[in-house]
Design a protein around this ligand. Structure first.
Ligand code: ADP
Ligand code: F6P
Length: 319
């Protein structure tokens, strides 16, 4: 292999730049040329790429987002779109591809592999819903962002004796909500993976209010529904005045934590080494603090990460 490509696709996350930097520098040390495709599969189908050398990836390690940019492309979901991408790769002389993204992007990577093109996937999504990796890239930074926001909100909630419903991202996964509730000392985490009884929650919040407690924090996973709807249905029953904060895309950006810088650097290096050694159709993942490769086929067919242990911990701690 003489020339490889790299792209970031789907929802961006902090740590993507650290990953790209590491992948490029690993390839360069092995005398392999690298090109970066802009805007994920959209740029891939158009052949929109540029050469990446060591200098091109300097000064990006500490920045959130992805300097290659990201996108979602309905066209790439079609066999025609995928064949167009493979034809472009051949035309450009690109012999292998490293793909960063969430479960959708990794399904796209599998499609390229099934067309006989060498790919290695890197799990990158704040949702932490990708099988065969303990943590996906960007999760730790998103959690730290959430915790910072919840601590701030708690201050103002206490001053006004208010309850806050704080809506966090995660698509259908409640991981961000459960872990941030545990780590911020929130009263409740409402997640799609666990049933809850709003009447019971209202009674407990009312008791808390009558005890003279000065705030209550409910962290809601977006997969459950809207924060406003939950707030509207509890506000008259709990005593506390109620407010809603939707954290939104704030969660996805910002300087990556040390954890994500290191994880991205490890993922990038390992992905390139696998690709260059002739392995393909794999995803690198974190397993018991080691980097492990799993066939993309198993990743895509696999169960979403069970968060049973986190849910049990939340239960024990009364969250
Ligand atoms: P994420 O990668 O963050 O989960 P998406 O689910 O939106 O984000 O997927 C990103 C892109 O990956 C899509 O816009 C599409 O181009 C491609 N993709 C998603 N699912 C598939 C699939 N089943 N087959 C081929 N490509 C897919
Ligand atoms: O998959 C990552 C994610 O941030 C989800 O948590 C969220 O539901 C979605 O992407 C938001 O997508 P968009 O950036 O297209 O609004």
């Amino acid at each position: 292999m003489k020339k490889i490509g790299i792209l970031s696709s789907g929802g961006d996350c902090s740590g993507m730049n650290a990953t790209i930097r590491s992948a490029v520098r690993t390839a360069i040390r092995m005398d392999i040329e690298v090109v970066g495709f802009r805007k994920g599969y959209l740029g891939l189908m158009k052949g929109d790429c540029f050469p990446l050398d060591s200098k091109a990836v300097s000064g990006i390690l500490h920045r959130g987002g992805t300097f290659l940019q990201s996108a979602r492309s309905p066209e790439f979901r079609t066999p025609e779109g995928q064949q167009k991408a493979v034809a472009k790769l051949k035309e450009l002389g690109v012999e292998g591809l490293v793909i960063l993204g969430g479960d959708g992007s990794l399904a796209g990577a599998l499609a390229l592999h099934n067309l006989g093109f060498p790919v290695i996937g890197i799990p990158a999504s704040i949702d932490n819903d990708i099988p065969f990796t303990d943590m996906a890239l960007g999760v730790d930074t998103a959690l730290n962002n959430i915790i910072y926001a919840v601590d701030c909100i708690k201050d103002t909630a206490s001053s006004h004796a208010r309850a806050f419903v704080i809506e966090v991202m995660g698509r259908n996964s409640g991981y961000l909500a459960s872990v941030s509730a545990i780590a911020s000392g929130a009263e409740y985490a409402l997640v799609p993976e666990r049933e809850f009884d709003l009447t019971e929650i209202c009674q407990q919040l009312r008791a808390r209010y009558e005890e003279g407690r000065d705030n209550a924090i409910i962290i809601l996973a977006e997969g459950v529904g809207s924060g406003q709807t939950i707030a509207d249905s509890i506000k008259d029953a709990i005593g506390f005045e109620t407010r809603v904060t939707v954290l939104g895309h704030y969660q996805r950006g910002g300087a990556p934590t040390v954890f994500d810088r290191l994880l991205g650097s490890r993922f990038g290096k390992n992905a390139v080494e696998l690709l260059i050694s002739g392995q393909q159709g794999l995803m690198v993942g974190l397993s018991c603090n080691s980097i492990l490769a799993t066939p993309l086929d198993d990743v895509i067919k696999g169960e979403k990460r069970p968060q049973d242990e986190v849910l049990r911990l939340a239960e024990v701690l009364g969250v």
